[in-house]
Design a protein around this ligand. Sequence first.
Ligand code: ADP
Ligand code: MG
Length: 397
Amino acid sequence: MIHREHLTRKFVEIFGNREMRCFRAPGRVNLIGEHTDYNGGFVLPMAIDREAAIAASIRNDRKICVFTVNLDEMAEFDLDNEWAGKKGFWLNYIEGVARILERKNIKLQGVDMLVWSDVPAGAGLSSSAALETAVGLTLTQMSNQTVDLVTLAKIGQQTEHEFAGAKVGIMDQFVSANAKAGHALLLDCRSLDYEHLRLDTTDTAVVICDTNVKHDLATSEYNTRREECEQAVERLKDYLPDIRQLRDVSITDLEKYSDKIPEVIRRRARHVVTENQRTLKAADALKQGDLAGFGRLMWDSHKSLRDDYEVSCRELDILVDIALRLDGVLGARMTGGGFGGSTVNLVKREHLEQFKEEMQSEYLRLTDIKPTILVSDAGEGASEITEVQSSKSEPLL
Ligand code: ADP
Ligand code: MG
């Protein structure tokens, strides 16, 4: 977390001493339910205790001026002018949210904002969703507008589509906006119905291991997988006319008609259909406090992503294979889109130190790359940072 005092001090340094309010929204890790979101299926992520934090102060005009501590850069835009359309610019994640809010007739006032995030960018922990959600909350609150968190999540997703060119599902922004501390979030990506499920990390820790690699394949293969899923639905519709997405296909039906679809498409579909099933089973396991059962489903998820969906890579497989051999590990799997990024592990706390050491040294030995290891409790969704809240917790930065 980023301490309020640090945030406001930095704001004063950049913008001067003004009346301000602070807001935050977390990054996330997906525990299970991978590549199911764009198939209308289920996901089970949790917010991590890393976040994008913002200090903001109102301006008298309609300019949004942003200083990002992470990049040590200042940039601005005017709400009364058009978007300049500069691709790949970090400000797009902020400007997109503002533009979409205004398009929805939510009139905004100009603000000065200081952005500071401890969600590592590009590690698969959704620093972009954390930023969009925090920005959405900041801009609306500063303009005395009330917009519900589900709408803010959708606006964040739309920002990725239109302003960052990333055709992402709703999961990241949804959990960043709506997570509850100490809980994972089961989300039906079609209806957006959701449930907070208690995740007790007293004895078992959620550990994220970043491969620190990102293969170029990620974006192109992501788009290919989306198309392959659509193809599977098109083929299966001849036999199952009522289906809209792979979410509507049962394992039995898929097996029954599997010889009607080409082999590769069949494996893609099998991953999605079984992963949906596993996610619902994992939710049941959580409800029963059965973390060992949850962990077994994580292994199965990884195998399915590796063999059927083919979105893993050597580095992710190495991390999972090392974890598999260590004591006290209940489960491990790649998390996020794949082709790099992180794995998520459930590790008994009594084995945590040894787990970290072994993961570090073995991964380094096999790949010549140092992994980054992060232990996180399930964090709270987007909120205002009040002074009371912040004085209770230890600063990280
Ligand atoms: P991730 O998996 O972390 O979401 P993305 O590529 O989707 O990776 O988003 C990372 C991008 O989001 C960064 O390259 C940057 O443009 C933007 N971003 C995230 N956090 C910040 C920040 N604190 N300040 C400025 N830009 C940020
Ligand atoms: Mg992102």
